[in-house]
Design a protein around this ligand. Structure first.
Ligand code: ADP
Ligand code: MG
Length: 611
């Protein structure tokens, strides 16, 4: 066995640095978190070449006392905790006292820092863990830290870095997430001389989300809020139609810290069940405030997983907040037609404009058609005198060309205001497109309603909310022969089927007999319905609520009017009214939207009536 050596300070720091300082993005995370812990409300971050050659973080936080500056760069030197007990209630982002020591052991670091009550600040330089300079210096309140040539003395680690672009993207991702976690702090991010992010820091989450995640994503968000068992949740969740095929935009912040929590994700996704399409995931930005002692953040410095002392409490609070938001918020998708951004005439010179007008006139002015005039002069029609013979039309034609009196707007005195208001709220049926989409108007919007999806959702809700489902006994019971697997599935779920509008008996030999079905299914092919139920139940989980919902899906889908099926205008109007007056009817049970809204304002913008 070789001799045991006690590693010197520098080597042990390099080893420790390997854990905290993986790449430029992890350095940036530590330094920006230090600025937040220092109480800054304006933080500017600049990087060059993916952060490898240069990183600067400037904050207006509390700064560091001159005598404390060298201490801050020692391992296990922190101002954030002082005893083991403090570990149980950590309220700052940092607490290990490792970051500055680790970073300065693998890079060239320069710091300018000043506290508000000091006359002078401190200029400090440390390279590869060795102090190079400490001197008083004039500087603004707060701290600026510059990191140059990261990993210059650890070539092995340097090799693991990706291309500058990837490292810069990872840095941008860190800043995005931190900016989202603190809407009350203004963040600026400058990448190779270009400012790519600027958040207002006004505390308004929507403004921050707009700056960080962009217009498209933020337009699909609605508010979510909840308070249960001492846990507070607030933030934004996406309308179900904005669910994405990836989980890339799921942000959970716990007491101001970005975390990963399977419990929170599961609670949100469970709340979207029956609203989001299968295979699509909700985007969300949720802030949880929990008592510090109920969460263990001391898992790993570079990891974001958290453990809660009571996961169920967290689940229930998040689930109910999201469920309520989906039920009460306006989650109906809206169509925003593309507004032309410029008038093409505005970009033309006078000459071009004249030419265009001439061309347009040439194209649109119909060529004159010369007709031979009758030799006899055309008689002037005197309405008082009897109609000349040649102008007389048959009685039938006369009816067609009867003059329709132009409606004249007559201002009404004594308008019944309440009635007028109601008529605004009224749903007006405009028609139907492609035998599938009902077009209706309500208030200042036009709605396109998918009649199958709408009817399916209405039936699903009725089945789900009604403890006494209306049952229709079949005149002739229907015997259905199934595969062994289907047969077993039906028998295993017989109780559920029989308490939810069906009357089914085991007939032996892989067959069942159906004696009654929910009234809504009258007229449907019972055999194919049973096949579908069996198939869908096989896919369902084991929880009773899930099995019931699965059954209701199948029944609702089967009984709902099919796209392309003709229905009367009265039925269309009824359906439209139900959809537009009921908040719960936004998505079909498979997560497809039931209706799209087009606002009058958007149409007016599109047609250039308003700007
Ligand atoms: P930790 O954040 O875990 O305490 P660090 O090594 O990141 O450890 O920082 C060491 C100490 O340096 C901090 O506890 C803090 O007192 C001080 N410090 C670091 N960065 C800043 C800053 N931007 N503003 C004020 N103080 C800072
Ligand atoms: Mg720190």
């Amino acid at each position: 066995m070789p001799k045991i050596n006690l590693l010197d300070k520098h080597i042990s720091e390099l080893i420790a640095a390997g854990e905290v300082v993986e790449r430029p993005a992890s350095v940036l995370k530590e330094l920006v978190e230090n600025s937040i812990d220092a109480g800054a409300n304006i933080i500017t971050v600049e990087i060059k070449d993916g952060g490898i050659s240069y990183m600067r973080i400037t904050d207006n936080g509390c700064g560091i006392d001159p005598s404390d500056v060298p201490l801050a760069f020692l391992r296990h030197a922190t101002s954030k905790i002082s005893s083991g007990e403090d570990l149980n209630s950590i309220s700052t982002l940092g607490f290990r006292g490792e970051a500055l020591a680790a970073i300065s052991s693998v890079a060239k670091v320069e710091m300018l820092t000043k506290t508000a009550d000091a006359i002078n600040g401190t200029h400090y330089k440390i390279e590869g863990g060795s102090e190079v300079l400490i001197s008083p210096s004039g500087c603004p309140d707060g701290t600026t830290i510059i990191i140059k040539d990261l990993f210059y003395n650890t070539p092995a680690r340097m090799k693991f870095l990706k291309k500058d672009v990837s490292e810069a993207n990872a840095c941008a991702g860190v800043i995005d997430r931190i900016a989202l976690s603190h809407p009350e702090i203004s963040f600026k991010f400058i990448r190779d001389g270009k400012q790519t992010l600027n958040t207002t820091g006004d505390g308004n989450l929507k403004n921050t989300v707009y700056s960080v995640l962009g217009r498209e994503l933020s337009s699909g968000f609605i508010d979510a809020m909840g308070d249960l068992n001492g846990i507070k949740v607030s933030g934004l969740i996406c309308k179900p139609v904005f669910c994405k095929p990836t989980r890339n935009h799921q942000y959970t912040f716990l007491n101001g810290r970005l975390v990963r929590s399977g419990t929170v994700v599961a609670a949100v996704e469970q709340a979207y069940k029956n609203s989001a399409m299968i295979g699509k995931f909700p985007s969300f930005v949720l802030y949880l405030t929990v008592p510090f002692e109920t969460v263990d953040v001391n898992v790993h410095p570079a990891k974001t997983e958290v453990r809660f002392s009571d996961e169920k409490r967290i689940f229930d609070c998040v689930y109910s907040a999201v469920k309520n938001a989906l039920a009460s918020g306006d989650t109906r998708p809206e169509i925003k037609p593309q507004t032309p951004t410029f008038n093409r005439f505005e970009r033309m010179t006078t000459e071009q404009f004249k030419q265009t007008v001439i061309e347009t006139q040439e194209k649109s002015t119909p060529k004159p058609v010369y007709v031979e005039l009758p030799k006899e002069p055309i008689p002037v029609v005197n309405l008082k005198s009897p109609m000349p013979e040649f102008l007389k039309v048959s009685e039938e034609k006369e009816r067609i060309i009867e003059v329709v009196e132009k409606p004249v707007y007559k201002p009404t005195v004594n308008v019944d205001i309440e009635k007028e208001d109601e008529e605004v709220l009224d749903v007006i049926l405009i028609g139907e497109a492609f035998g599938t989409y009902i077009v209706a108007q309500m208030g200042d919007s036009v709605f396109m309603i998918d009649k199958h999806a709408a009817h399916e959702r209405i039936l699903f809700n009725e089945l789900k909310n009604n403890s006494n489902i209306e049952v229709q006994v079949l005149l002739t019971p229907v015997t259905v022969v199934l595969t062994k697997q289907e047969y077993n599935t039906i028998l295993n779920n017989l109780d559920i089927l029989n308490t939810n509008g069906f009357e089914i008996d085991d007939f032996g030999n892989s067959a069942i007999v159906v004696r009654a079905v929910p009234t809504t299914l009258i007229g449907e092919d019972i055999q194919s319905l049973i096949f579908e139920i069996a198939e869908n139940l096989q896919k369902s989980g084991k929880v009773e609520v899930e099995i019931c919902e699965n059954l209701f899906h199948t029944v609702a889908c089967k009984a709902a009017i099919k796209a392309g099926t003709k229905i009367s205008t009265t039925e269309m109007l009824e359906l439209a009214k139900k959809v537009l007056h009921t908040k719960e009817i936004m998505y079909c049970p498979h997560g497809r939207p039931v209706a799209f809204e087009i606002k009058k304002r958007e149409l007016e913008k599109m047609f250039g009536r308003i700007q």
